[in-house]
Design a protein around this ligand. Structure first.
Ligand code: NAP
Length: 242
């Protein structure tokens, strides 16, 4: 039983990734933080592809919750393997640095950086034993270019780009690849309230991207076709920044 774990799989980019990986024949663990109804909807979409969908609620930033759910699931199901891990859960809380209270700074780092550690560590240990794995981290254009009003989010996504490159070099011999995708503006709840019209002039492809366009790249990186790619960051931003 080969599973793919997608953190933040309940909505947006994560849901599209769950669907693409299910279409490829993987059983899916749909992680979510609080939106159970959305997570159930993702699970139903996944099952349409004839694979299993496991709903798993935990806050990636909360190690205790990760231990109680993910680590316990791994212990209870030694016959199941998580071969694909997509660290997609993320959120932003923007403010100019001048007005950025510590809570804004810390909470964004907690979800995006501690979240990566908390989830990747237990899954990765099993991948090492199995001598196979695909880890794909969803970062952001903000982590490459930096975005004003997002020093917290840019710092967090940059950190994960560094972690991607470092980890890739540690684990190549175990046939584990580690890559990242860096979306620009993608139409999801996260970009609600950001006017597409306002940004069209600076995006060479003149529009925001779709969740499927991001999920297709993740699916490629998770597939056998990407077996010789590791330590890479692939931008999906309509040419906004190269
Ligand atoms: P979204 O529509 O806001 O969905 C966020 C997802 O992450 C939801 O499934 C949410 O779960 C989950 N999540 C949030 N905090 C979590 C936590 N602490 N623990 C577990 N799950 C958590 O966001 P999105 O636009 O799809 O973004 C997905 C990823 O792409 C994020 O890493 C984001 O930083 C990155 N990204 C997005 C864009 C963009 O333009 N949209 C651009 C660059 C990068 P619940 O449903 O339970 O709340």
């Amino acid at each position: 039983m080969k599973y793919a774990l997608v953190t933040g799989g309940s909505r947006g980019i994560g849901r599209a990734i769950c669907q693409k990986l299910a279409e490829m024949g993987n059983h899916i663990i749909v992680n979510y933080n609080s939106n159970e109804a959305a997570a159930k909807e993702t699970a139903n979409l996944v099952k349409k592809h004839g694979v299993n969908a496991v709903l798993m609620k935990f806050d990636v930033a909360n190690k205790q919750e990760v231990n109680n759910s993910l680590v316990k699931w791994l212990e209870d199901n030694p016959e199941f393997k998580i071969e694909i891990l997509v660290n997609n859960a993320g959120f932003r809380k923007d403010a100019l640095f001048m007005w950025m209270e510590e809570e804004l700074w810390q909470s964004v780092l907690d979800v995006n950086i501690a979240g990566f550690y908390n989830v990747t560590k237990p899954v990765f240990s099993k991948m090492l034993t199995n001598r196979f794995g695909r880890i794909i981290n969803v970062v952001s254009l903000s982590g490459i270019k930096g975005m004003p009003g997002q020093t917290n989010y840019s710092a967090a996504k940059s950190a994960i780009i560094g972690a991607t490159k470092a980890l890739a070099q540690e684990v190549g011999r175990a046939k584990i690849t580690v890559n990242a995708v860096a979306p620009g503006f993608i139409k999801t709840d996260m970009t609600e309230g950001i006017e597409e019209k306002q940004y069209r002039s600076i995006i060479p492809l003149k529009r925001f991207g779709t969740v499927d366009e991001v999920a297709d790249v993740v699916a490629f990186l998770a597939s056998d076709k990407a077996s010789y790619i590791t330590g890479e960051v692939i931008s999906i931003n309509g040419g906004l920044h190269t």
